[in-house]
Design a binder for this molecule. Structure first.
Ligand code: SF4
Ligand code: SF4
Length: 247
């Protein structure tokens, strides 16, 4: 193997024989502080017996190289390198079902802690977050532009190749079938339901104020730009509607 090829590989996976962390100590501390600073952290981590009940009841642990016990231990012992390492892949295996939270004798919420780690991964623009969220960009666009995420016209064999042969079951004459639904707002296949303009505009404000849009900008700048244009357009439409209906 040539020297340059080795360097390229090391750029991606680091040096397997080195103990040096992939990022500096300062960044590791900053990442942990961001996780810890969230007001939910102290509610969701009260200590850990390392008993493994959470892992024994975790559905994701049956299918992946993933253990909520391990994640909680990393946080409880403040193992900064381990926390960073878990954020590169393992935290994305959680199904957010919260079975662990219902069973933990310490009233911890491993699933909740994992959610904080995911939010921090997004905030820090980690590649793992970008990779996991990329397939959902179409859903995000739909959510922002229409107020709902999955509409019947998105359920196609091409759009849901990962559903395998089951997707054929929904490959039906949806336009006709939707007409049979009693509520007029559900007669379209373009939206799951119609969200009115005022509600959409209010949602934009919530997403801005809560930092959702900042997170989106960190992980997908192009999608962020498209969504900003849609928001501006809808806000203009709402202003026009208000002017027209002003007594
Ligand atoms: S988080 Fe709770 S259930 Fe899981 S190992 Fe720790 S004490 Fe046990
Ligand atoms: S919330 Fe996540 S960690 Fe907890 S049981 Fe469900 S899949 Fe496992």
């Amino acid at each position: 193997m040539s020297h340059s090829a080795t360097s390229r590989i090391q750029e991606h996976i680091g040096d397997p024989v080195s103990d040096a962390p992939p990022v500096g100590r300062e960044e590791l501390e900053e990442i942990f502080q961001d996780i810890q600073a969230d007001m939910r952290y102290d509610h969701e981590l009260n200590g850990c017996l390392n008993c493994g009940i959470c892992t024994a009841t975790c559905p994701a642990a049956h299918y992946y190289d993933f253990s909520p016990r391990e994640i909680v231990q990393l946080l409880w012992t403040e193992n900064l390198e381990g926390i960073y390492d878990a954020m590169q892949e393992k935290i994305w295996s959680c199904a957010q079902c919260y079975t662990c939270a219902a069973r933990c004798p310490f009233s911890n919420s491993p699933g909740g802690l994992i959610m904080l780690m995911r939010e921090t991964a997004i905030k820090h623009g980690m590649e793992s977050a970008k990779n996991v969220l990329r397939p959902f960009s179409r859903v995000m666009l739909k959510l922002i532009s229409t107020g709902n995420q999955l509409s019947p016209d998105m359920i196609t064999p091409d759009g849901f190749a990962d559903w395998g042969p089951n997707v054929a079951k929904v490959d039906a004459p949806l336009d006709i079938l939707r007409k049979a639904i009693p509520m007029p707002t559900l007669h379209t296949t373009k939206t799951a339901w119609e969200v009115n303009l005022k509600t959409s505009v209010e949602l934009y404000t919530i997403w801005e104020e809560t930092g959702v849009l900042d997170s989106l900008e960190t992980i997908d700048e192009n999608l962020f730009d498209v969504i900003l244009d849609i928001m501006d357009e809808k806000r203009d439409d709402y202003e026009d509607w208000l002017d027209e209906n002003d007594d």
